[in-house]
Design a protein around this ligand. Sequence first.
Ligand code: ADP
Ligand code: ADP
Ligand code: MG
Length: 669
Amino acid sequence: MFKKILIANRGEIACRVIKTARRMGIVIVAVYSDADRDALHVEMADEAVNIGPAAASESYLVAEKIIAACKATGAEAVHPGYGFLSERAAFCAELEKQGIVFIGPKPKAIMAMGDKIESKKFANAAGVSTVPGHLGVIEDAAHAEVISGGIGYPVMIKASAGGGGKGMRIAWNEAEVRDGFERARSEAKSSFGDDRVFIEKFIVEPRHIEIQVLADAHGNVVYLGERECSIQRRNQKVAEEAPSPFLDEKTRKAMGEQSVALAKAVDYQSAGTVEFIVDRDRNFYFLEMNTRLQVEHPVTELVTGIDLVEQMIRVAAGEPLPLAQEDIRLDGWAIESRLYAEDPYRNFLPSIGRLTRYRPPAEGRTGNVVVRNDTGVFEGAEISMYYDPMIAKLCTWAPTRSEAIEAMGRALDGFVVDGIEHNVPFLAALMKHPRWREGRLSTGFIAEEYPNGFAPMKPDRTEEAVLAAIALSASLIEANRRERFADRLHAASGALREHWVVKTGDNHVAVRLLDGLVTIPFDMEMAIEGKNMSVVTDWRPGDPVWNGKVGGRDITAQIRPVLNGMRIDWQGLSVTAKVFSPRHAELDRLMPVKLPPDTSKLLLCPMPGLVVAIAVAEGQEVKAGETLAIVEAMKMENVLRADRDLVVSKINAAAGESLAVDAVIMEFA
Ligand code: ADP
Ligand code: ADP
Ligand code: MG
C-alpha cells in the first residue's frame, strides 16, 4: 500500500478523499491555489503545496505543477477527484512515465471513453445499446440539417468533448438545428477548446440512470447498482438517488451486465460510471462513460456499504477486488442534494461571497436514518468566482425511499447557510413535490414543474398554522427572557395575553393561548384558527434553528430576525412573520401595501456578465421568442428572448460592455 498520496483537487472532493486515505493510514499531500490558502482541504492534509494563481488554468489544471509537487513531497500516487485533471489521458501517461501511480483507470481507457463520438463507437462495438444518431463530426449547419432530418426530430446537438452539461442543445425543427448548431459549436470551442459536435436522437421523457462499476488490474469487474440522476437543471444534476425508483431487477441486471462488458472491453480499472438514458418503456441507451469518481458517488456508498475511494486506492496499489458480483447487495435508499451557492429565485444565478454562517445538520446515524454531508467549506470561508459554486452534498439514507425523502426534508430544514444565496429552498420544495415523491421523474422535471422559474411558495392553511406556532412560541420565549433580565418574573408582570394574531406573509392567523404561563423549555396548548395544538420546543433566543413539535408533528425550521418580526424558513417556504395583539393586527391591516416597481417594459441583465450581442435595433418590432440580446456569464452564453410581442424603444448597452445584475439593457414602448 502507498505511504503517501497527493490529491490533485480542491473543495469537497479533496476533503472526501482525504478522509478515506487518513483512515487507511496514508500520509496526505494537498495542493492549493492562491485563492485556497485557507481552504478546508489544505487544513485537513498532512502537507500542502502551493501550485499558483487562483485561475484553475494556472494551477489545478497544470499537470507539470502537480507532478513537481509529487516529486517535492515524495508522493507515490495521485488521486485526481473529479473535474480538473481527472480525465486527461496525457496527464496519466506523464505520471506513469515519472513512476507515479494515477489512482484511476489507464490512459488507454480514458482516451477511449473521453470523447463522446469515439466512446459511442466503442460501446456499439462492445454490444452496448447506444442512442440512435450519427457517429461522426457534423461539418456545418447544412450538414446538421441533413443529418437531423435522417435521424428524425427532436434531436440533440452535443459537443464531442463536452462535460458538465455544457455545449448541448435540443432542436425540434430545422431552424432550431441551424441556430443550435452554431451556438453549440461556439460554446464547445470556448468551454472545451474543441468545436466538434455531433447529433443524436433526443429521447423523449428521458430518465438519467447510471451504473457504477468497479474493476481491478486482474480482470475482475463488478457493478454496484444504479443511481438515478433525472433531477437536472440545464442537463446538470441537482439531486440523485440510489436505487432508481424506475428500474426492475431485470433492467438493472441488463444495464449492469452491459456496463461490465464495456468496462472489460476497454480494460477498465478503478471506479467508473456508465451513464444511460432510459425511455418510458425502460429501453436504455448508453450516453457516455465517466472514467473517474462521480460527484454523486456517496449514494452508492450508502446503499452498498462500499467505500469507493478506498477501492480505487487499493486497485491502484494492485490489490484484487475483495468482492464478487454476488457479494453486492443494495440495502435501503439514499438521496443526495447538491447545495449550490446560487439564487433559486433569480434563475439560479451564481452567488459568491463569504459564508457568514455555516451550520450543517449533524452527521451520523439517528434511529433508522443516516445523514452524511460532504463539504469543502466552513463558517467564514469564501465561495469564490474561480471554481464550482458547490457548498455541500447532503445525503440521507433510510430503509425506504419515502423515509429517506422525509429525512432529507428535515436535514435541509436544519441546514443553516448565511452570507450568500443558496438553493436550499428549492431543494426543500423538491422534497415535498408530489411528483418527486411518486418517483415520476424525467430529466425535464424541473423545466416542466417550474416553467417560469422557482418562485417563493405560498403556505397553505396547515402550513400557516405551523408557521404561526413557531413565530408565536419564539416571540413568547424572547419576551420571557426580556422580562427575566428586567427582573420582572412572569407571575409578577401580570397575566399573559390570551388572544394573538400572527401575520405570516400576507395572512393573519388567530391564535388563543390555552395555558397562561410561558415555561422553558416551551410547552403550550394553543388554539390556532380554532384548532387545538400543543407546541413544544427547546428553542433559545438567537438560535437560527427552531426544533420542536407542533400538534405532534416534528418540525425543524430556521428563524432570522428582521425589522419588526422574523423570517421563517421551512420546507422551502420563506415567510416574514409578525406577532400582533388583535388591536395592532387591525391597525396593520390599514397600512398601505408597497408595490414593487414595474419592470415589464425593461430588459434587465439577469446576471453580472458581458454583452456578446444586441440582436435588435431601436424602433424594431419583435415577436415573442425572438432573441433580444446575448449575455455571457460564467462561460455560458445566455440568450435573452422576448417573452411577448414588443417594440424596442431604447437601447442602453452595446456588445463588449460589462453589465451589473439588473442593469437596463433596453426599454420597450
Ligand atoms: P457528474 O456526472 O459526476 O455529476 P459532471 O458531468 O457534473 O459530473 O461533472 C463533474 C465535474 O467535472 C464538474 O465540475 C464539471 O464541470 C467537470 N467536468 C466534467 N467533464 C468535463 C470536461 N470534459 N472538461 C472539463 N470539466 C469537466
Ligand atoms: P455530460 O458529459 O455533460 O454529462 P451527457 O451526454 O452525459 O453529457 O448528457 C448530460 C444530460 O443531458 C443527460 O443526463 C440527459 O439529461 C441529457 N441528455 C443527453 N443526451 C440526451 C439524449 N440523447 N436525449 C435526451 N436527453 C439527453
Ligand atoms: Mg454525463
